[in-house]
Design a protein around this ligand. Sequence first.
Ligand code: SF4
Length: 335
Amino acid sequence: MSSYYELEIDKIKEMILKKQYKRILLQMPQGMLDTPLQEVVEILTPLGSQIIVEGDPSYGVCDLAINKAIQFECDLLIHFGHNEFGFHQRIHSKSLDILLIPSYVNFEISSYFLLLSEKLAELGWNKVGLVATIQHLRNLKELKTHLDSIGINCFVQKEGQILGCNINTIRGFPNQVDGIISLHAGYFHTYGLLLSTPIPILQLDPFTGEIKQFSAIEREKLIRKRNHIITQARTANVWGIIGSSKLGQHHPYTVSRIEKILQDHNKSKILLIAENINLENLENFTWVDAWVDSACPRLAIDDHIYSSKPIVTFKEFLYLFEKVTWEELLTTGFF
Ligand code: SF4
């Protein structure tokens, strides 16, 4: 059995044996499609249910494959890698049982305690806010216990969870925290944090073991970049609105607000709806001057995503049309 992720196999087996499901759809993030998926399939297949695997990428609980599961007459959807955080209202279906398995990562965070303690001493941080993505919430608890034991004052809101599009758990940190320690992989959540708070960030990436420090300079660079993109979009006459048919990324109120603002300013617009937004396909819309992203903010924010036309977030769009101020963006975040 994979020792890297906690896949809660006993819980899954118990549920399947109790309810005798006919057909089960498994949905996993791309990073789990190798050994973890193979192991789950091998364990579940002998239980008698037909197993189907979701082949489209899964980035969050926002893309829960409920519609696909219903279309293929599944009676159970098992979604790995995320929990209900931020999407609680949308995770229900009358005809389908849904099981969310967060898949916590078994990471030996204690082997980084010394390094982290030295870093905190070097930075002179005595009060820290703690956050993590779902897979690392257990490690966050261990980290808090350790930091408490060495006299660091720790603040954790709720469980400390953040999403790429929801970092509200940092909002309750007292102004006096010296910094935020975040357990997450990659750069997207770092961007979310930097674009939402001037508090310095220390990121421990549990997949690489790297500890990275982000301070005012990195935030400033990112803000300058966003400002450049916003400025490019300022002269746009034809706006493309990026919408999504994904359950948790479909925001009809946001879309109709964008449409109303564009109409009030005599701008042309086209609403694009896709399940998975294909950025190469966006390049075909040569007549669109700028895009506003009403779906996942990653499309606008991720600098690994190339678009020849500016893509702004909804909040940046509101700023462009003077519905929010620059100061509001700086204090409440860019998305
Ligand atoms: S950041 Fe994007 S992919 Fe992640 S949960 Fe939010 S909408 Fe979904």
